[in-house]
Design a protein around this ligand. Structure first.
Ligand code: BMP
Length: 480
């Protein structure tokens, strides 16, 4: 804090002592423990001058800490008036978290106007264990609201801040209890024995860090618009933008052997797809011209190109496979598919191949397969998801290829699901199909892959339009 603020901070500490917002003695906490110091900031509502002082301090504090946020939410109840003050001074809209959902009407837990993906700053008066802040964070996050920062007036230094940080929320405290005691001691309001008693109490009454208890947002209920803010991958953002602007969640698997057939399919289906997926190693006449023509069509119709390469080797080999060779995939494919089998090094290897590329690139990790009798186990799927959530290359992971709703919980990752056909259940080589509505609603796909359902139709354009319509309708019904 700058010198001016330091003086105001001291004034506030002394004022709080004067109005009995801090008491020394023997008190019982919410959890039944004895404490020699008790903060009751509720009393400040009876002292507009203290409220004003606090508001000024918080305003400066938010600016100094350079905290960026769209909404502000006080932890009920004591922090509600404090949040209101800041909301008015900063001209930022408030949110209120109800302690219980209403039994009637909207049944909403969060009051106020917001969208999923919006950021929110939390305000709290005191932290001890951090659990009250975390309850509020949990309810906000369940609505898709992004919570990265919290401000507390007083941190009792009993482990609450570590608990909150552990849940990915930064804690900015106006006072730590030690600073607070220092100010009161300097003003001769308390003696050394009191400072020692409280310091010992704090040291001996620490809350252990609880394991991450974040609830998961139901990704499948969120719109593509709201997911834009939640993804860490720039290419996933690009893809979502395309889905939104073209109203399509259809990926065409252009699995034919002749480049001219792929280009014709791309031009015909182009207006209705968000991604065109290739297997370049099945093309008889693959060449540079084909790639440039496909890129031109991608530009014309605004879709991304995914090479379904299913990389599965050690880091160094995939680096070479991705960045060089006849196909030079990294040059032209916006997205590629990758098996997680090798572990984190496969992502590092692939990323290293991109050193000369400035365009957005990303991968879809395979967590499940659509073919009957495939050998992927539940534990492999879970390990794949763990890799996706813990990798240092999270900005590189656009999504997951899988078949089951619930595999992808992180709303920042896109679920791509192949095995979609309107009128057939299987082919004669183990492929398993489901209808567009089933793939989106029951399997939880964000994007469905359709190959032969479109390619073998009499008219590719009409078939692509039909699949697009059914998939998009299923998505709009899912989120409403
Ligand atoms: P089709 O709709 O014609 O069955 O094509 C499905 C496409 O999706 C193929 O390109 C296939 O390689 C791919 N795919 C799949 O079918 N199942 C998976 O689990 C993963 C895939 O990439």
């Amino acid at each position: 804090m700058v010198a001016d603020s330091q003086e105001t901070l001291k004034r506030l500490a002394i004022k709080l002592h004067e109005i009995d917002a801090i008491k020394f003695g023997n008190f019982q906490t919410k959890s039944g423990l004895q404490t020699p110091i008790y903060f009751d900031l509720r009393v400040i509502i009876s002292h507009p001058d203290v409220m004003d002082l606090l508001a000024t301090l918080l305003l400066n504090f938010v600016d100094e800490q350079k905290i960026e946020y769209k909404h502000i939410c006080g932890v009920p109840y004591t922090a509600l008036p404090i949040a209101t003050l800041l909301s008015i001074k900063q001209e930022k809209p408030m949110l209120i978290r109800r302690k219980e959902a209403k039994a009637y009407g909207t049944k909403k837990l969060i009051e106020g106007k917001y969208g999923a993906g919006d950021s929110c700053l939390i305000i709290e008066d005191i932290i001890t264990s951090g659990s009250s802040i975390l309850e509020t964070v949990a309810d906000l996050r369940a609505e898709g609201i992004v919570v990265n920062d919290s401000i507390v007036v007083i941190d009792r230094q009993q482990g609450g801040a570590a608990n909150i940080t552990h849940n990915d929320v930064r804690v900015h405290s106006l006072f730590k209890i030690s600073e607070f005691l220092g100010i009161l001691r300097e003003a001769n309001r308390i003696d050394d024995a009191c400072v020692k008693e409280i310091t010992d109490y704090v040291t001996n009454n620490q809350t252990p860090v609880k394991e991450n208890e974040q609830p998961t947002v139901d990704r499948t209920k969120l719109t593509y618009e709201s997911r834009l803010e939640l993804t860490k991958s720039p290419i996933a953002k690009d893809l979502l933008q395309i889905c939104i602007s073209k109203k399509t969640n259809l990926c065409l698997a252009a699995d034919t052997n002749k480049s001219v057939d792929i280009l014709n399919a791309a031009d015909a289906a182009g207006p209705y797809i968000c991604v065109l997926k290739t297997h370049v190693d099945i093309i008889d006449d693959f060449n540079e011209d084909f790639v440039r023509s496909l890129q031109a069509l991608a530009k014309k119709h605004n879709f991304l190109i995914m090479e379904d390469r299913k990389f599965a080797d050690i880091g160094n080999t995939v680096l070479l496979q991705y960045g060089s060779g006849v196909f030079s995939i990294a040059d032209w494919a916006d997205l590629v598919t990758v098996h997680s089998l090798t572990g984190p090094s496969i992502l590092q290897g692939l990323k290293n191949a991109l050193s000369g590329t400035s365009a957005n690139r990303g991968v879809f990790l395979l967590a499940e397969l659509s073919s009957a009798g495939n050998l992927i186990t539940q534990s492999y799927t879970e390990s794949t998801m763990k890799l996706a959530s813990t990798t240092a290359d999270a900005d590189f992971v656009a999504g997951i290829v899988c078949q089951t709703k619930g595999v992808v919980q992180d709303a920042g990752l896109l679920q791509l699901t192949p095995g979609c056909k309107i009128d057939t259940k299987t082919d004669d080589l183990g492929q398993q199909y489901n209808t567009p509505a089933y793939v989106i609603k029951e399997k939880g796909a964000d994007i469905a892959v359709v190959g032969r359902g479109i390619l073998n139709a009499k008219d590719i354009r009409t078939a692509a339009e039909l699949y697009r319509d059914q998939l998009w309708t299923a998505y709009t019904e899912r989120v409403n």
